[in-house]
Design a protein around this ligand. Structure first.
Ligand SMILES: Cc1cc2nc3c(=O)[nH]c(=O)nc-3n(C[C@H](O)[C@H](O)[C@H](O)COP(=O)(O)OP(=O)(O)OC[C@H]3O[C@@H](n4cnc5c(N)ncnc54)[C@H](O)[C@@H]3O)c2cc1C
Ligand code: FES
Length: 581
């Protein structure tokens, strides 16, 4: 079993229980993937879903989820896993009347599929809703504790669970790992969310959505139910027990990782929460992504169409607890050479419905745009990169991913994703390099956070910053004094001579950039170049081609007060105002 999320742990447990000798390999720690970073509702109610399936598919999908939900509750109780499991009602609610008909259709379709759906206009949310689908007796839990509980069963007699062991290849029944050890197995299940092996082309048959979540302390009662809105982007919420009190978990602001960058999901969620609750404090925040097949069903079964020695389960569409547990049952049967009744509906090599083809083609075209478009992007300087920010810059024929850490030091890695070569993007909210094509994520130093990539981003030399002391700063000037002052206080704070000089130089450079004194502008020769000959892009040449220094001199001649603290734009406006008057 490769992957220690809900799918890997549940499948390994089902096999172990059936008497199969299983070894579980996890690249990081158990539950470190999406399973440990979600909203953890174990439910058959998946937003608005059943109305979009044909009746047979809706029935199988509903049955599988009901089984998965019951199985989680059964195993938690039977194995005594302390995972804060609670029974709750789940709701998909429409806030306004415009989505009411969708809610009504969902109730009808879910009932027809044999599910315990009802329509209600009641909720314990502190705002009015137009109507909701309600499923009673659903579950919420602490997924990492549950996964650890299942894994403990595997380890009971012999060590069978290996964390910090990343599988790097599977060939001829041998799984190679990055620890140098390998595992020989009759069957292999790749439960790495998106399979890290490319031969099944699952990356081309899914798209990725990344979402964000917060936990917060509010004044007043935390709603009891588990809620998901019908709006787009949707918002989700539920209570979460934490250190003896009830916090509120809110999530949402999903975006397609290929099409759009993070548009400030955490900030948007905070605003959403503040508008609806009296927030006392925000306690935790996290993000995660999941894969979605164009027909909205998971892929469960063979990794490639021709062999059943390597199996997988992926594309849980952000509903992987009940569905992943049901997938484990299918996989466990397949490993033992038996066919599961739900197997055909979720078959990883089912023929895609024709109507989904345009969407699949569009997503692959978007991957292509990300692949080539990001390569064509023009390079940037890094002088204005603030602490915690990152940027991809040109470096010879390639591109470097450059990040400035909290202490102001630049770090660089190759911007080329080690999966299939797309250019990574900086994710400021979560301080990681994320690949827009198939969701690989890397730490700022290039370490793999999430596959399908299995190798880190290659280390690169960070760009050189201006030598110390900064060029163009003459002895005895205000900037030279500022440089010495910052250097001294950094040394007093315990930094080495070299670090203190770096920080002082950067502070001075940033101040110069902020106030419009660019390096070029501070050279006296710039004054001699007529504005007509200066390139429009020359930094330091202000509107009308005047540098800040020139505008400052104009302001001085005109006797404008406060000129030394003005930036270029403010100086220009003040000069024009004065001339006009
Ligand atoms: C924001 C968000 C909220 C969600 N909320 C819910 C919810 O409320 N209810 C619900 O049912 N579902 C929810 N989901 C979906 C659910 O969390 C996922 O579908 C599910 O966790 C996927 O499980 P997994 O085991 O396939 O993947 P993961 O949990 O990601 O596990 C894969 C594991 O494989 C490991 N791995 C990767 N590559 C390798 C390798 N080469 N070698 C070894 N190990 C490797 C990873 O480290 C990881 O631990 C949510 C998803 C998101 C994004
Ligand atoms: S190219 Fe596939 S995840 Fe980066």
């Amino acid at each position: 079993m490769i992957g220690g999320g809900i799918v890997g742990a549940a499948t390994a447990y089902e096999l172990h229980r059936a008497g199969v000798d299983v070894v579980l390999l996890e690249a990081r720690r158990l539950g470190d993937g999406t399973s440990g970073n979600s909203t953890a509702k174990v439910t058959s109610l998946h937003g608005l879903t059943y109305r979009d399936f044909d009746p047979d598919t809706a029935r199988v999908y509903g049955q599988a989820n009901e089984w998965g939900l019951a199985r989680v509750a059964e195993l938690a109780s039977e194995l005594g896993i302390d995972c804060a499991l609670r029974r709750k009602a789940a709701y998909t609610y429409a806030e306004g009347a415009s989505d009411l008909s969708k809610v009504e259709e969902e109730v009808e379709a879910a009932r027809a599929a044999g599910l315990p759906a009802s329509f209600t206009t009641e909720s314990d949310l502190p705002w009015e809703i137009a109507g909701a689908v309600r499923f009673d007796d659903q579950v919420e839990f602490q997924p990492v504790d549950y996964i650890l509980g299942l894994a403990a069963e595997l380890d009971r007699e012999h060590p069978r669970v290996y964390e910090r062991t990343r599988a790097t290849a599977v060939s001829g029944g041998v799984v190679s790992t990055d620890t140098g050890f390998s595992v020989r197995a009759e069957r292999v299940v790749v439960a790495t969310q998106l399979p890290f092996l490319d031969r099944g082309l699952f990356f081309a048959r899914t798209h990725i959505e990344r979402s964000y979540a917060l936990s917060l302390r509010i004044r007043g009662a935390v709603p009891e139910g588990m809620y998901l809105s019908t709006e787009s982007p949707a918002h989700t919420l539920r209570a979460i027990p934490w250190g003896g009190e009830e916090l509120l978990l809110v999530g949402g602001e999903s975006h397609d990782m290929t099409r759009t960058k993070d548009r400030g999901g955490f900030a948007a969620l905070e605003n959403w929460a503040r508008e609806r609750f009296e927030v006392q404090s925000f306690e935790h925040r996290w993000g995660a992504h999941d894969f979605i097949a164009e027909d909205s069903l998971p892929y469960v079964g063979r990794l490639t169409p021709t062999s059943d020695r390597v199996l997988t389960a992926t594309a849980m569409r952000k509903w992987g607890y009940a569905l992943g547990t049901a997938s484990a049952a299918i996989l466990a049967e397949t490993v033992q050479g038996r066919h599961h009744p739900w197997g055909d509906t979720f078959d990883s090599w089912r023929r895609p419905p024709l109507k989904t083809l345009p969407k699949a083609l569009l997503h692959n075209a978007e991957d292509g745009v990300a692949f080539f478009g990001d390569r064509l992007r023009r390079g940037h300087e890094v002088d204005d990169l603030g602490p915690g920010q990152g940027r991809v810059i040109r470096s010879g024929v390639g591109q470097k991913a450059v990040h400035r850490d909290g202490a102001g030091v630049l770090h660089a890695v190759s911007a080329r994703c080690t999966h299939l070569g797309c250019i990574v993007r900086w994710n400021e909210g979560e301080a990681s390099w994320d690949c827009p094509c198939h969701g690989s994520r890397f730490e700022p130093d290039g370490t793999v956070l999430a596959g399908p990539a299995t190798r880190p981003l290659e280390a690169r030399e960070p760009p050189k910053e201006e030598p110390m002391p900064p060029r163009g700063v003459k002895k005895g000037t205000k900037r030279a004094r500022q440089y010495e002052h910052v250097k001294k206080s950094e040394k007093q704070a315990g930094r080495s001579e070299q670090r203190a000089e770096e920080i002082a130089a950067r502070t001075v450079n940033k101040e110069k950039a902020r106030s419009g004194e660019s390096r070029t502008a501070s050279r006296s020769s710039v004054k001699d170049i007529s504005s007509g000959k200066r390139g429009g892009k020359r930094s330091g040449s202000g509107p009308g081609g005047r540098t800040r220094e020139q505008l400052y001199n104009d302001a001085k001649k005109l006797g404008i007060a406060g000129r030394s603290s003005m930036n270029k734009k403010q100086l220009l406006a003040a000069v024009n105002r004065k001339k006009g008057s």
